[in-house]
Design a protein around this ligand. Sequence first.
Ligand code: FE2
Length: 297
Amino acid sequence: MTTSMEKPRQVVRKFLARPQHEGVGAVVRRSIGRFELRYFDPFLVLDEFSVSAPAGFPDHPHRGFETVTYMLEGAVTHEDFEGHRGTIKAGDVQWMTAGRGIVHSEMPAGPGTSKGLQLWVNLSSRNKMIEPGYQEIQSKDIACTTSDGVTVRVIAGQSMGAQSPVCTRTPTMYLDFTVRPHAAARQPVCAAWNAFAYVLEGEGVFGGGGGEKAGPHHLLLLGQGDGVEVWNRSDKPLRFLLIAGEPIGEPVAQLGPFVMNTEEEIDMTINDFEFNINGFEKAKHWKSQALVALGIE
Ligand code: FE2
């Protein structure tokens, strides 16, 4: 790649995402959203999950943000209280806008272990109560391009001449890079946005200057600048996600899967969910097929 940058971003913080229990019997490696990093505006959570049946994420609600599920291995079947149902397979992405409310289940499909990532992207106050919706892109339809030993899959935004069709209400860039041994990736990133990298495989050197070495399950927060440089100085392929978003700059009030601006709005949301109103009407008599199959009342 020949993209030039005036000021490459430096790594300002580095975390190892350690496993923790979530859902029912599921284990996730949470990087954003854990105690040390409650919020990286506009990102609320980044989980790398690894789940095998019967564990999973049965019926639960969301309000006020978007969830982005990107599968690495296996598959996850989702179903919601509106009757929307499908299976996200390896390489597929589901960009779900919870908006005013979605209740759904997310369970591994088939035998073996299902692995993937889930990112929570916050919505601004004017978008928190919008109608829920889905953007689903199968692996074969994800824009992908290769140049000089660098392959990028464009989940959101654009890179190396390839562009994603995903509409992001909170402006977001989501790129999946694979860098061959002894190659380097350079990616412009809007200077006003917050950016981070998450390593999936191999080992890379991130950022300008001497750079910061990082391997699998490491989250690297990137400081100010107009782009990112990453080198693969090893003999194995390097795969990492580069994600950036425009900060919303609003107060965050969160109770688990409800993310609003104030505590009053959280109280209202609990009330709406409890009494099945203001977007949660269809939750009243709904139970996922996954939950029924598990025999859980
Ligand atoms: Fe969910």
